[in-house]
Design a binder for this molecule. Structure first.
Ligand code: FES
Length: 153
């Protein structure tokens, strides 16, 4: 028989509380992992609303020049309004990472840092950038402008 005293009184309650805390912590971690896995799918298969400085961007937030830049998990996104709908593309210049902008006069996407120019397909028309801007798919919904990566063809 052991010489150690039996767990009684405050010691027993303390051990019981620690075991309960460990159990709750384990269950919470497991539930959080499941929720984190399911959350993007609940938003529409990896899509999300573009966000501006005041919250989700809506079609009426597009500037008078016909463009707006918002943020998403896909990075900064440039939205350009065209007669046949919205065009969306990465807004981070592929040269050194400045934020590009729509120029309504030239009808081109231009980088203010070193002068790269892109068309609305994201293709480079003038350097120093060499790689195209990635396109994204946009849809206007009641709650904002939803962005998702384009389906690969
Ligand atoms: S960062 Fe855009 S051209 Fe250099």
């Amino acid at each position: 028989m052991s010489d150690s005293p039996p767990l009684v009184g405050p010691t027993r309650r303390w051990v019981s509380a620690l075991l309960s805390l460990g159990f709750i912590s384990t269950i919470s971690g497991f539930a959080g992992t499941i929720l984190a896995y399911l959350w993007p799918a609940a938003g529409g298969g990896g899509s999300e609303f573009l966000v501006g400085s005041h919250g989700p961007l809506r079609a009426e937030d597009i500037d008078s020049d016909g463009s707006v830049v918002g943020r998403s998990r896909l990075g900064k996104i440039l939205v350009v309004r065209r007669p046949d709908g919205l065009v969306g593309m990465q807004a981070t210049c592929t040269h050194l990472g400045c934020t590009v902008a729509w120029n309504a006069t030239s009808q081109l996407v231009e980088c203010p840092c070193h002068g790269a120019r892109y068309n609305l397909h994201g293709e480079v028309l003038a350097g120093p950038a060499r790689e195209a801007l990635g396109l994204v798919s946009l849809t206007i919904e009641e709650d904002g402008i939803r962005v998702r990566p384009p389906l690969e063809g």
